[in-house]
Design a binder for this molecule. Sequence first.
Ligand SMILES: Nc1ncnc2c1ncn2[C@@H]1O[C@H](COP(=O)(O)OP(=O)(O)OP(=O)(O)O)[C@@H](O)[C@H]1O
Ligand SMILES: [Mg+2]
Length: 239
Amino acid sequence: MSQPVIVAENLRKEFGRVVALRGVSFQVEAGAFFTIFGRNGAGKSTLLSIISGMASATDGNIRVFGEDPAERTHRHKLSVISHESFLYDNLTALENLSFYGKLYQVADLNDRMHDVLHQVGLHHRRFDLVRTFSRGMVQRLTIARAILHNPDLFLLDEPFTGLDQHATEMLIGLMEALKSQGKTILLTTHDLQIGLRLSSRFMILERQRVVETGSVEGLTEEMLRRKYFSLISSGEAGQ
Ligand SMILES: Nc1ncnc2c1ncn2[C@@H]1O[C@H](COP(=O)(O)OP(=O)(O)OP(=O)(O)O)[C@@H](O)[C@H]1O
Ligand SMILES: [Mg+2]
C-alpha cells in the first residue's frame, strides 16, 4: 500500500494559555475522503492550518506527502478552502486566477481560468473587482482558485459557509468529481448529513482530542448523530 498522504502524531498546539490541540494522531490514505466533525473550538481549523503549513505545532509530528508541511515543498500539491479567501480585493476575478495560475505554472491557463469560472457560476462577473462581490461570490471564487492548479490534496474548512443552495450543490458535485478522480480530501463540517454522504472515513474531535475515528461503511445518519451527541458534551465552545 502507498504511504499515507497525511500522518499526524501527537500534535499539540498552544496559543498562550489556550490549548487548541491536545495530542492529536491520525492518518489519511491517498484517495480517501476524510471528514472531521466537532463543535466550535474543538480544534478543527487549527489542525487544518498545521496540515497546510500555515501554522506550526507546539509539539508532535506532522508529515504531508512525507514532508514537514511548514517547509512548503509540496505547496503546489495542495489547496485550502477556508474562511480566509487568499484573494486580492482590488483585482478582478480573472486577474486573481491569472495571478495564482502563473504562480503555480498552470498549463493552458487561459482555457483553464474560463473553465473554472464557468464551473463555479461566476464567468459573467469575471471582469469585476473582488471587493464588489457578495460573500458567497467570494467563496465561489475561492473554490475556483483552489481547483485551478489541479492539486492532489484538498483541505476544506467549512467550505459551505456563505454558499446558497445552488452553490452548495455545485460544491458537493465538485467534491464528488474530485473524489472519483482519486484526489485526497480532508473536510471539516458541522453538517453530519453532508459529511456522511461524501466521506469514506471520519473523525470526531472533542475538547481538542480525537474521540472517534472510523469508516462510514454501514453507518446511517441516525447512527452517526447518536454517536456524535454521545461523544460531545454540551459545554461551552472551546472547552
Ligand atoms: N490564533 C489563535 N489565537 C488564540 N487562540 C486560538 C487561535 N486560533 C484558535 N484558537 C483557540 O484554539 C481552540 C480551537 O480553535 P479552532 O479554531 O481550531 O476550532 P474549530 O474546531 O475550528 O471551531 P469552529 O467550529 O468554531 O470553526 C479554541 O479555543 C480557539 O479559541
Ligand atoms: Mg474552525
